[in-house]
Design a protein around this ligand. Structure first.
Ligand code: ADP
Ligand code: MG
Length: 238
C-alpha cells in the first residue's frame, strides 16, 4: 500500500563525524509552508542535523531516509539536494568577498533550475538593491544575512534551512531579519530555523522540535514551548 508522506519527511536518521556518533535517530515531518524551529542547547546536534539534511559529506549519514516532496534525498550528494530545492544558509553565511552583492546573487543563479529573478529579489530586499554594486563582504552582518537568505531564494527552493540567522547581530538588526523571515513565511516557503535565540525563533515558527544529545526530546507547537517554563528551562536555558 502506498503511504502518504509529508512534504518533508525525516525518518530515523543517524550521522557520524568519523567515529563520533552525533545524530542519533532523528525523525520528524514538516508540511508545506510550515516553519519549524529546531532548538536545543549548544552542542545538541542542530547544525549537524541541518548538514545531514542538506546532504553534506560531514556528518556522514549512516542510516535513515529523507524525502522532499516525494523525492528521496538520502541517496543524494549536497549539490543534488540543492538542485532538488534544499537551500541551507549556514551559520557563517558564506558570502563571497571580492564579488558585489549582485554578483553573489548571479552566481547563485548559475545552477539550474533558477529561483527568483534579480528584480524580484530587489523588490523584497530593497537594501540589497541599493547595495547591488558594493563588495558584499563590506556590508554589515545583518546585510550579509539578508544576502544569504536572498541567495537561497535565487536558487530553486522547496525548503529553506536556516542555521542561527540572528547570531552576532544587534537586537535592532535581528528585528530587520525577523521581518524578512516573516515575509519569507508569508510567501509560503517551508522553513526549518535553528536558533539560539529560541524566543525569536518560536515567534516565527508554527512547530517546534527540541534536540538534546542528538535525539528529539520534544515535538509540539511553538506556543507549547513558549508556555512550558520547565521545558524551556531544562533544554533551552530561557
Ligand atoms: N566537524 C566535526 N567533527 C567532530 N565533531 C563535531 C564536528 N562538528 C560538530 N561536532 C560535534 O557534534 C556535536 C553537535 O554539534 P553541533 O551539531 O554543531 O551542535 P549545535 O549546532 O546544536 O550547537 C558536538 O558535540 C560537536 O562537538
Ligand atoms: Mg550549531
Amino acid at each position: 500500500m502506498a503511504q502518504e508522506k509529508s512534504f518533508f519527511s525525516v525518518q530515523d536518521i543517524h550521522a557520524y563525524y568519523g567515529e563520533s556518533y552525533i545524530v542519533q535517530g532523528v525523525s520528524f515531518d514538516v508540511e508545506e509552508g510550515e516553519i519549524v524551529a529546531l532548538l536545543g542547547r549548544y552542542g545538541a546536534g542542530k547544525t549537524s542535523t541541518l548538514r545531514a539534511l542538506a546532504r553534506m559529506d560531514d556528518p556522514k549519514l549512516s542510516q535513515g531516509e529523507i524525502y522532499l516532496d516525494g523525492l528521496a534525498l538520502h541517496p543524494l550528494k549536497s549539490f543534488q539536494a540543492a538542485q532538488a530545492g534544499v537551500q541551507l544558509v549556514p551559520e557563517d553565511r558564506r558570502i563571497i568577498g571580492g564579488l558585489t552583492v549582485e554578483e553573489n546573487l548571479i552566481l547563485a543563479q548559475v545552477a539550474e533550475p533558477k529561483g527568483w529573478e534579480l528584480e524580484r529579489i530587489y523588490d523584497h530586499f530593497p537594501r540589497l538593491g541599493e547595495r547591488r554594486n558594493q563588495d558584499a563582504i563590506t556590508m554589515s552582518g545583518g546585510e550579509q544575512q539578508m544576502l544569504a537568505v536572498a541567495r537561497a531564494l535565487a536558487r530553486d527552493i522547496k525548503i529553506l534551512l536556516l542555521d542561527e540567522p540572528y547570531e552576532g547581530l544587534a537586537p535592532v538588526i535581528v528585528k530587520e531579519i525577523e521581518s524578512i523571515l516573516m515575509e519569507v513565511r508569508s510567501l509560503g516557503i517551508t522553513t526549518i530555523i535553528v536558533e539560539q535565540n529560541a524566543v525569536a525563533a518560536l515567534q516565527l515558527a508554527d512547530k517546534a522540535l527540541i534536540l538534546d544529545m542528538g535525539e528529539i526530546v520534544f515535538r509540539g507547537s511553538a506556543k507549547e514551548v513558549l508556555e512550558d517554563k520547565e521545558l524551556r528551562h531544562e533544554y533551552l536555558a530561557i
